[in-house]
Write a protein that binds this ligand. Structure first.
Ligand code: DAH
Length: 496
C-alpha cells in the first residue's frame, strides 16, 4: 500500500471511531489542520520537480477531497445520532408552571399600581377613563369651574403660571384634575361617566406634599344622577380599594366652587400606635372632596342644568397610595431611587384586577411558587405622616458575608448621622441586620426620639443615614422605623 493509501485508511479508521463532535474535530485537525498530516503532504508539492508534482498533486489533492467529504459525512451521522438521542431522552412536561420571565425583575411604581387599581374598580362600575393636558388654560382650570374672580387659588404662589400671552390669558400647570370635567362636558353628550386620573401641580413641598402629585377625579352627568348614587359609588370604591368588607363613611359639608352642595368624605379607621386600619375603629380619616356639579359649571359647558344633573369627586392618588401601602414620605415617590422602588414597587405581572385581587393575590396556584407581593395587607398599613413604617420589615438573622463594620460601629455611625441632621431629637438608634422582601441584605434601623419630639423630617433622616453609610462603603439599604415616645394625633390634612 502506498503512503497515501495508508494514511487514508488510517484517517478513515479514526473517523469511524469518532463518536462525538469533539473527537471528530480532533481527527479533522490532525489531518487538515495547519500542521495536519494532509496539510504536510500538500506542502511537499512546492519542493517537487514539475513532473513529480504532476503525478503527486492529483493524488494528494484527491486524498484531501475524500477526507474532507468523509468528515462531513461523519459529522452528519453524528448530528443525526445526537438528535435521536435527545429525542429519546428529553421530555417536555407541559404541566410545569410557567417560569418567572425576566420582566419580573422590574417593579411597578406604587402610583401606577394604585392608578391601575382605581381604574379596575371604576371600570367595573361602568366608568370610562378620560384624560387632559397637564398644561391647562386659566379658563378651564378656574373660570369655567366657577372660581370667582380673585379666588385665592388663582394666586401666583398657588401654582406654576406661564408668562401671560399678548391677550392677557395665561397657561398654567393644572392645580387639579377638575378641568378635565370641563373638557369632557364640552366634548361629550350625557350620560357621562368618567374617571380622570392624572398629574397635578401646586407650589407645595413637605412630607405629604410635592409640587407634582396625582389626583383622580370622577364625573357623572345624567338626567337623574343624585347624591345617593355618589354615596354608593364612593362606598363601593372604598371597600374595594382598601380591601375590607365594610367601611363607614362620613359626609361633611364643605365648599368647592364647582359643586353645590359640596362635601368632604371621611372614612372610618382605627389608629393604633401609629398604625392605621380601615373598616374598623372610631376614628375618621379624610380622603376626598365631592358634590353635585354646580349649575354654573353645567351652563359653562353648554348643558342645561334644568335637564341634566350630576356629581363629581376628587381624590389624591398619592395620598391613598400612602395610606394603603404605608409609605410615610411622599417625596420618596419621585426621587427615582431604585432601592426604594425595589422595596415598595409591585411585581409587573400582577396586574390588579377585581377577580384576581387588587394588591396581589397569591392564592392562585400558578403564582403560589413565587414570593407573595411584598406588601403587608391593606388593613394593617400605616397612614401618611404617622410615625412608624408600616412595612413588615422582618429582621432575620442573616449571612451578609464580610462586613465593613461591626454592628456597634454601624450603630454609632448611624446615630451620628441622625444627630447631625435632626439633632437633639434622637434618643438612640437600634439596628437589626436582615434581608428585605426581595432577599437583598438590608439594615433595619429603629430610631427612638426624645420625649416631646414633634415632627421630624423622616426623609432627611433617611437620606443622611443612607449617604453616610455609602461613604463608609456599606451597601445595605437602611429601612427606617421611627418611634416617638408620645402618641401624637395623626396628620389629617388631605394631600390633594
Ligand atoms: N378639585 C378639588 C381639589 O383639588 C377636589 C375636588 C373636590 C374635585 C370636589 C371634585 C369635587 O370633583 O367635586 O381640591
Amino acid at each position: 500500500m502506498s503512503d497515501i493509501a495508508q494514511l487514508e485508511s488510517e484517517i478513515l479508521a479514526s473517523l469511524a471511531a469518532a463518536t462525538d463532535e469533539a473527537a471528530l474535530e480532533a481527527v479533522r485537525v490532525a489531518a487538515l489542520g495547519r500542521s495536519g498530516s494532509i496539510s504536510g503532504l500538500l506542502r511537499t508539492l512546492g519542493s517537487m520537480s514539475p513532473d513529480e508534482r504532476k503525478e503527486q498533486g492529483p493524488r494528494i489533492n484527491g486524498l484531501k477531497d475524500r477526507v474532507t467529504e468523509a468528515i462531513a459525512a461523519r459529522k452528519a451521522v453524528l448530528a443525526e445520532a445526537a438528535l435521536e438521542q435527545r429525542l429519546n431522552t428529553e421530555t417536555l412536561d407541559v404541566t410545569l408552571p410557567v417560569r418567572e420571565p425576566p420582566a419580573e425583575t422590574g417593579r411597578i411604581h406604587p402610583i401606577s399600581q394604585v392608578t391601575d387599581e382605581l381604574t379596575a374598580i371604576f371600570a367595573d362600575m361602568g366608568f370610562a377613563v378620560a384624560e387632559g393636558p397637564d398644561i391647562e388654560t386659566d379658563d378651564y382650570n378656574f373660570t369655567k369651574l366657577n372660581f370667582p374672580e380673585g379666588h385665592p387659588a388663582r394666586e401666583m404662589h398657588d401654582t406654576f403660571f406661564f408668562n401671560p400671552k399678548p391677550d392677557g390669558s395665561r397657561l398654567l400647570l393644572r392645580t387639579h384634575t377638575s378641568p378635565v370635567q370641563i373638557r369632557t362636558m364640552l366634548s361629550q353628550k350625557p350620560p357621562i361617566r368618567v374617571i380622570i386620573p392624572g398629574r397635578t401641580y401646586r407650589c407645595d413641598s413637605d412630607q405629604t406634599h410635592t409640587p407634582m402629585f396625582h389626583q383622580v377625579e370622577g364625573l357623572v352627568i345624567d338626567k337623574s344622577a343624585h347624591l345617593g348614587h355618589l354615596k354608593w359609588i364612593l362606598e363601593e370604591f372604598c371597600k374595594a380599594f382598601f380591601e375590607v368588607e365594610q367601611v363607614k363613611m362620613r359626609f361633611r359639608p364643605s365648599f368647592f366652587p364647582f359643586t353645590e352642595p359640596s362635601m368632604e368624605v371621611d372614612i372610618q379607621c382605627c389608629r393604633d400606635k401609629g398604625e392605621i386600619r380601615f373598616g374598623e375603629g372610631e376614628d375618621w380619616l379624610e380622603i376626598l372632596g365631592c358634590g353635585m356639579v354646580h349649575p354654573n359649571v353645567m351652563r359653562n359647558c353648554g348643558l342645561d342644568p334644568d335637564e341634566y344633573q350630576g356629581f363629581a369627586w376628587g381624590m389624591g392618588i398619592d395620598r391613598v397610595a400612602m395610606l394603603k401601602y404605608g409609605m410615610p414620605d411622599l417625596r420618596a415617590f419621585f426621587e427615582a431611587d431604585v432601592r426604594w422602588l425595589a422595596h415598595y414597587g409591585f411585581r409587573p405581572l400582577d396586574f390588579p384586577t377585581l377577580a384576581g385581587g387588587l394588591s396581589g393575590d397569591t392564592s392562585t396556584p400558578a403564582m403560589a411558587h413565587t414570593p407573595a407581593r411584598t406588601h403587608t395587607p391593606a388593613r394593617t398599613q400605616t397612614p401618611a405622616g404617622t410615625r412608624t413604617s408600616a412595612r413588615t420589615q422582618t429582621p432575620v438573622s442573616t449571612q451578609t458575608g464580610s462586613r465593613a463594620m461591626t454592628k456597634d460601629r454601624l450603630k454609632d455611625t448611624i446615630e451620628q448621622a441622625l444627630r447631625k441632621t435632626i439633632g437633639a431629637a434622637v434618643e438612640s438608634a437600634d439596628i437589626a441586620e436582615g434581608v428585605d422582601h426581595d432577599g437583598e441584605p438590608a439594615l433595619f434601623v429603629t430610631v427612638l426620639y426624645r420625649p416631646g419630639t414633634d415632627t421630624v423630617d423622616q426623609a432627611a433622616a433617611l437620606k443622611a443615614v443612607r449617604d453616610r453609610l455609602l461613604e463608609t462603603g456599606e451597601k445595605r439599604f437602611p429601612y427606617m422605623n421611627h418611634h416617638y415616645p408620645d402618641d401624637l394625633p395623626a396628620d389629617d390634612g388631605a394631600a390633594a
